[in-house]
Design a protein around this ligand. Structure first.
Ligand code: ADP
Ligand code: MG
Length: 463
């Protein structure tokens, strides 16, 4: 019918606008490279903040001892106790607890959030056996993974630049997040020293470097997206301090805020952005990461329902609710391998209260998920290719057989198979056969937790 034709036409138009041919990805990577230079040149030189992390010594693999980590940066937060065994033994023991952050704390006051975190940490510590208690006169030490843009003033302090990913706690902006946490720890009487403040991307690099010295960058694809990489210290004009002995510095790019005229943006993306908590910001993140992908699909479906009666004469009311279609559900729809697409049917029914969908409707919904996930995955690959360009590892140099490993982590990368395989194949495509042999990706399991404990170890007061 004419209505079906209209829906298909809308889908085709959307697909066209989301297109990421290699030529476009090369432009995006080029823009990433240019913005990286600009962000390193001076503060405010680019939308990429290119933050100096004060991590100039990555784990060697020899780290030893008992350390704690806090991982805050998405919908959940975790407390970890990590026992590092030094050479060969690596991580001897790992204990962790995860709790979801009550939504009202994500947009409330600073002290409420930090008091909540401190209380969970105190509970975690109080339940541990005697053998883990610190020796008399010794403090427990903690790596704090705080995955929002922070201007670090040292390895263990830094002020919050802005919130992202659905957080918006005004009175915390501009404050030292370690100071805030420490205040809450003191209030509750928990004697623990924050030895390192790290971004999850930096933790991911550290965790992966612990096991593989060829790791040069870490990328998070979870609720949000971001990347960090190892830069040579003399390539950071804005760094006015002493050059680190290692000659290297990890840079937290905050690539979620990347923007370029080459990004394939649609009206749906623009609407999502303008209705978000942070309009005009984190545009790259809003077309790539787990918080948003499902909602882009919802928006296209809503438009099809409104303008092409895609789900019948009335618009299903649930379809109007922002973020009702979550990325894990989108992923389940996308991966439905049954011949009648019954997972798709069930998801549409359970989440959106849309009944009696035909097979061809279900196929179209799967197609939409594919368009949105593919665009996100290919742009992520372009971002990684941009980093490799920046540090001259995008081509093979005859004289050196240097390996480069990109560590990835985050729920989107871990669980969304189609996304992950599209990212990996696109990166190969961008690199070409020869360079592909020297660049690889790996999953840095639990980088944001273990990485923070490792960095607490290398910055321990007892070394
Ligand atoms: P965070 O980024 O919040 O620190 P994670 O790395 O665990 O935490 O990522 C969680 C995010 O990953 C979720 O918000 C969701 O968007 C995405 N995600 C989780 N599971 C899946 C899945 N099965 N398919 C696709 N995306 C998923
Ligand atoms: Mg995380």
């Amino acid at each position: 019918s004419g209505k079906w034709g209209r829906a298909v036409a809308m889908m085709r138009e959307f697909e066209k606008q989301c297109g990421t041919p290699i030529a476009k990805l090369i432009q995006v990577a080029g823009a990433m490279d240019v913005e990286m230079h600009a962000g390193l040149a001076y503060e405010g030189g680019s939308k990429l903040k290119m933050l100096i992390t004060f991590v100039d010594n990555l784990p060697s693999g020899d780290e030893k001892g008992l350390f704690y980590a806090l991982d805050l940066g998405g919908t959940n937060f975790r407390t970890l106790r990590v026992q590092l065994g030094g050479k060969e033994k690596a991580v001897v023991n790992l204990e962790s607890e995860e709790v979801s952050i009550p939504p009202h704390l994500m947009t409330g006051c600073s002290h409420e959030l930090f008091d909540f975190i401190a209380a969970k940490l105190a509970k975690f510590v109080s339940s541990e056996p005697e053998e883990f208690h610190p020796a008399p006169g010794k403090q427990r030490e903690l790596g704090f993974t705080f995955s929002f843009p922070v201007r670090q003033t040292s390895i263990s302090s830094g002020t919050l630049i802005k919130w992202t990913k659905g957080f918006n706690i005004e009175d915390a902006v501009g404050e030292d997040v370690v100071g805030e946490l420490t205040k809450s720890l003191e209030k509750i009487g928990l004697d623990m020293r924050v030895a390192a403040l790290v971004n999850d991307t930096v933790g991911t690099v550290a965790r992966a470097r612990f096991s593989n010295q060829d790791v040069i960058a870490g990328v998070i694809l979870g609720t949000g997206t971001n990347a960090a990489y190892v830069e040579s210290a003399h390539a950071i004009p804005k760094w006015l301090g002493r050059l680190p002995k290692s000659g290297e510095m990890v840079i937290n790019m905050e690539w979620g805020n990347f923007h370029s005229s080459h990004l394939p943006l649609t009206q749906y993306d623009k609407d999502l952005d303008s209705e978000s908590l942070n309009p005009g910001e984190q545009i790259f993140e809003k077309i790539i990461s787990g918080m948003y992908l499902g909602d882009i699909v919802r928006r296209v479906l809503l438009k099809m329902a409104e303008e092409a009666d895609f789900f019948g004469d009335t618009v299903p009311p649930k379809l109007k609710i922002p973020f009702i279609l979550r990325t894990p559900d989108m992923s389940a729809i996308h991966h439905d391998a049954s011949s009648d697409l019954n997972v798709v049917g069930t998801k549409l029914k359970d989440i959106l209260e849309i009944n009696n969908t035909s097979l061809k409707m279900r196929k179209l919904v799967v197609g939409l998920c594919d368009i949105v996930a593919t665009r996100g995955a290919r742009l992520s690959a372009a971002g990684i290719f941009g980093i490799l360009k920046k540090i001259g590892r995008d081509t093979v140099k005859a004289e050196e057989k240097q390996k480069s490993v990109i560590a990835l982590d985050g729920g989107l990368f871990e669980h969304y198979t189609e996304f992950r395989s599209s990212l990996e194949s696109t990166l190969k495509e961008l690199l070409g056969d020869e360079a592909s042999d020297s660049v690889s990706t790996e999953h840095s399991n639990d980088g944001s937790g273990i990485g923070a404990a490792l960095l607490a170890a290398s910055n321990s007061q007892y070394l």
